[in-house]
Design a binder for this molecule. Structure first.
Ligand SMILES: [Cu+2]
Length: 494
């Protein structure tokens, strides 16, 4: 029995009493301007064009993968928008499936945001849709497919349908010399039952009442094989495996802004650059109150990090995943100083755990929320054709009927209290809003604004947001197989 089996099957009710953190922190002071989507003009050319089609991507010489991409390449083109300035995107779909382009991290109307559940009109198979919207907020966002894959590993985020978005603010101080966009992605997915590393976060530890809830929620735990997990044969940054494609060429003394997007369907990723540190200035595109230097970046699925690296350690280096096998299978890119020669060098970084609180505002006291919404997350091991099935408060989301699961009042501040009674780490994503991290495993925090939060196994995390976007808002785990098998909720703000 491995650790995961233990976590999923342990019945430790005797230890469970009184372990839940008390509610104390409060809702965020956040205001979102509601963007409008006027009718799209019928004639003329849109400002941007995305064409969805299956093609061939060259990861390395004599190593090609077949996948679906935007504009025949991975990542899709960097779409650079101006905050508050209306734009238009023509999306053509050359595939046999209806597609959804989700504008991840933006505050857009539900008929633009890009999800069936929100009643966004799809880009029809062999068809076209013009999307018009006003980009908001500023910072690093991205766009990606938002369709269900289920057991079909040629659909959804298992393929190459993702690309970066940068929304330039009206005013940009720009204390760096240049920007480099890095989109992390695996290819050639397959199913396994081996789980990934989950013990990379602080605060660490388990809440024993959640272990008890997990055991009681799943009578089959430990009696059936573990559910399928995703694994990959090929790894790449910006569509090239480590050692192939152009290196990042730098000069000593340069300050390089890295905009990193984890476009994985299912994987948490780490990045380190030997001899250098990352000054994290934004998480999920939102400036952090306390920029801090770290030796390693960690990003759950769909998370973004913007970090400045001072190039002060000349050489030829591997900027790569700290997981040796993933890095050696391609998850990395070479950083080459002007005048330096030789083979790219890798050195393992110092021991470090990722902690959102490093970037928080210790002085801020978030306001009290109007309402707290508890979400108890449980899993049924191998509950559907070998895949684990997830439930929120006992209900696995029905992707066929797509019901509204909760109504929100416009303008009210809500606290979502995620109680992860499952043995997996989950990157939880709320569409069309940003939220403030207010409590992590019992520890209060404030000031970090995100749209994805990683919730480790058997921990509670709390985030606050203002329901200021009328209409339908999807909430889900961003791991493709988790969202496909029940891990969703649909809010309607009225
Ligand atoms: Cu999940």
């Amino acid at each position: 029995m491995d650790r995961r089996d233990f976590l999923k099957t342990a019945s430790l009710s005797a230890l469970a009493a009184g372990m839940l953190p008390a509610a104390g922190a409060a809702a965020a002071d956040m205001t979102h301007a509601v963007s409008s989507a006027p009718p799209a003009p019928l004639a003329g050319k849109a400002e941007h064009t995305l064409r969805i089609a299956t093609g061939v991507l060259e990861l390395a010489p004599e190593r090609f993968v077949s996948t679906t991409m935007y504009n025949g390449d991975f990542p899709g083109p960097l779409l650079r928008f101006k905050q508050g300035q209306q734009t238009s995107v023509d999306v053509f779909n050359d595939t046999a499936y209806d597609e959804q382009v989700h504008w991840h991290g933006q505050y857009l109307p539900d008929n633009v945001d890009g999800a069936d559940e929100e009643h966004t009109p799809p880009v029809p198979a062999h068809g076209h849709r013009r999307i018009v919207f006003t980009p908001n907020p500023a910072g690093l966002r991205f766009y990606h497919t938002h369709v269900r894959a289920g057991a079909d590993l040629s659909l959804g985020l298992y393929n190459g349908l993702a690309g970066p978005v940068y929304i330039d603010p009206k005013h940009d101080p720009g204390a760096y010399d240049r920007e480099v966009f890095l989109t992390l992605k695996e290819f050639m997915p397959y199913l396994t039952r081996v789980d990934m590393d989950m013990a990379f976060m602080e605060p660490s530890g388990m809440e024993m009442d959640l272990v008890t809830i997990a055991a009681n929620a799943d009578p089959n735990a430990g009696k059936v094989p573990p559910g399928y997990e995703l694994a990959y044969e090929a790894f790449a940054i910006n569509g090239k495996s480590l050692g192939h494609g152009e290196p990042i060429r730098v000069k000593r003394g340069e300050r390089v802004m890295l905009h990193v997007v984890n476009a994985s369907a299912t994987e948490n990723r780490s990045l380190a650059l030997p001899g250098h540190t990352f000054k994290v200035v934004a998480l999920d595109g939102n400036p952090v109150p306390h920029p801090a230097e770290v030796p390693v970046l960690w990003l759950g699925t769909a998370e973004r990090v913007s970090a400045i690296v001072e190039m002060n350690h000349p050489g030829v280096w591997v900027l790569g995943d700290t997981n040796d096998s993933d890095r050696e299978a391609g998850m990395g890119i070479v950083v080459e100083y002007a005048g330096a020669t030789g083979k790219p060098q890798w050195q393992a970084p110092p021991k470090f755990k990722w902690d959102y609180r490093l970037f928080a505002n210790p002085k801020r006291k978030p306001p009290t929320p109007d309402e707290v919404i508890d979400m108890v997350i449980t899993a049924r091991q191998s509950g559907d054709q070998g895949f684990d099935v997830y439930a929120i408060n006992g209900v696995a989301y029905d992707w066929k009927t797509m019901p509204v699961t909760r109504r929100l009042k416009l303008g009210r501040r809500y606290r979502l209290r995620f109680r992860n009674a499952s043995g997996d780490i989950h990157p939880l994503h709320l569409h069309r809003h940003g939220f403030e991290l207010t409590r992590l495993h019992g520890q209060p925090t404030a000031g970090v604004m995100k749209d994805v939060v990683l919730v480790p196994p058997f921990q509670t995390a709390e985030v606050d947001f203002t329901a200021d976007m009328p209409g339908l808002t999807l909430f889900h785990c961003h791991m493709q197989q988790h969202m496909d098998y029940g891990f969703m909720a649909l809010f309607e703000t009225v």
